[in-house]
Write a protein that binds this ligand. Structure first.
Ligand SMILES: *Cc1c(COP(=O)(O)O)cnc(C)c1O
Length: 427
């Protein structure tokens, strides 16, 4: 199947080409213009790995054999995505059982597999901006992968110390840059890199952000996994609440629905960075300066996957009424964490935003599923402050919390970034 540049329709590439390139001309996103027909009932009866392999093989097409895709999926998705009951009509889909304890492990690990196929023996430099979890997931997915250098930009002092330790302590082929600015500035710097054609070619630069189509496709699979865990008789009334920042996760859910998965509606839940909820009401796209919140991986005011949501609407495979938007403020986020604790479930700010959005929007005859995108221990300080009880760290976190950060400080300035890139080992 060919993928088309949303901005430059004449640019059409294969899946592996899109994985290599990341972005197309004029920073356009690659996206399918048509969708495969899937036998949903048959898929829902399969286990996670064979089901995900069939979905991804259908989306990718014959560029990779089914056996190749299955091997990639088995290597990438080596952890579960359990659906946990919270109350009678609310469930939580736990997406944080991967090595960096956040849902971004799904996309990053599948992308590492896809890039190994796409690379054709050429050394690749991955340049990516992170508001927290991307950095860790990408760093771990590509750590020690032959032929890959990873450069991660993060807003200095704006992500949790633990989150930071998960990707700044690795070293070797992983370079972490602490940028004196916010996430949108980091993202703008990465976009600037992609405008420098010569530099991009010389270093074979790739972004592993959620703009990479391989990450997006991977994320479709856990929506199927969620529905497969719901008894068949309850599958007609499903509402998913998605804690949203760059809107990759929501886009993946919308694609799952477009592919025929029984989802009644998806709720885009944001924190105070509410560009999309305001746009949904007013029709005016007016990003404001990013504000810092408890759910800091969602502190994004110019979500870069939004053009794909618009593309799904323009294709007619998603209707406006399939999407609802809710912004949850800081007090409500804290309240959500407390209410979940009262229900016997320890959570964290991102999942709590989705939980509160769901509580506002779900109807009595519906079954609501909110996505838990990070392990609560990743936001230990905030959760402990809100609940007033200590939280223990899982082993993966306590191990790297004890290590030293190897990050390098840079100004939010393209020249500084370029200097770092040109100093990388290209051999
Ligand atoms: C990245 C992230 C989000 C936001 O996901 P998007 O796909 O960017 O909308 C939500 N929660 C956590 C914990 C994240 O790391």
């Amino acid at each position: 199947m060919l993928l088309t540049n949303i901005k430059v329709a004449s640019e059409q590439v294969s899946f592996l080409q899109a994985v290599r390139q990341g972005l197309g001309q004029q920073q356009g996103l690659f996206f399918p213009t048509s969708w495969p027909k899937l036998d949903i009932e048959q898929l829902l009866n399969l286990d996670f790995i064979p089901r995900s392999s069939q979905i991804l093989h259908a989306l990718i097409g014959d560029e990779l054999s089914y056996a190749e895709v299955e091997a990639m999926v088995a290597a990438a998705f080596n952890f579960p995505a359990p659906l946990m009951p919270i109350s009678e009509n609310l469930h939580c889909l736990e997406l944080f059982h991967g090595p960096t304890l956040a849902f971004k492990d799904f996309g990053a690990r599948f992308m590492a597999q896809a890039l190994a196929k796409a690379q054709q023996g050429k050394k690749t430099t991955i340049v990516t901006a992170t508001s927290g979890d991307t950095g860790a997931a990408v760093a771990h997915a590509f750590y020690r992968q032959p032929g890959v250098n990873v450069v991660i930009l993060f807003p200095k002092g704006k992500i949790s110390p633990l989150q930071e330790k998960l990707f700044t302590t690795l070293g070797e082929n992983i370079t972490a840059l602490a940028v004196d600015g916010d996430f949108d500035q980091c993202q703008a710097l990465v976009k600037q890199v992609f405008d420098q054609t010569e530099l991009v070619q010389k270093l074979n630069i790739n972004s592993a952000n959620s703009i990479n189509i391989s990450r997006l496709f991977a994320q479709i699979c856990y929506y199927f996994e969620a529905v497969a865990q719901v008894p068949a008789s309850e599958r007609k009334q499903l509402v998913f609440a998605v804690p949203s920042g760059n809107f990759g996760n929501l886009t993946a859910g919308l694609i799952a629905k477009a592919l025929g998965l029984p989802i009644k509606r998806l709720l885009a839940a944001t924190n105070n960075n509410d560009t999309v909820p305001r746009y949904w009401r007013s029709g005016q796209w007016q990003p404001k300066p990013t504000v810092a919140t408890l759910s800091n991986a969602m502190d994004v005011s110019a979500p870069n996957n939004w053009p794909r949501v618009e593309a799904l609407l323009a294709q007619g495979v998603i209707q406006r009424s399939d999407i609802a938007t809710v912004a949850i403020d800081e007090d409500d986020t804290k309240l959500g964490i407390k209410q979940l604790a009262q229900a016997g479930y320890t959570s964290e700010p991102h999942a709590a935003v989705a939980f509160k959005a769901l509580k506002r929007n779900v109807q009595q005859d519906e079954l609501g599923i909110f996505l838990a995108t990070a392990h609560p221990a990743k936001f230990k300080e905030q959760v402990e402050n809100i609940l007033g009880t200590p939280l223990s760290l899982p082993e993966a976190l306590s191990r790297c919390a004890a290590e030293q950060s190897l990050s390098v400080n840079i100004a939010a300035d393209f020249a500084a970034l370029q200097q770092v890139l040109l100093g990388l080992d290209l051999a």
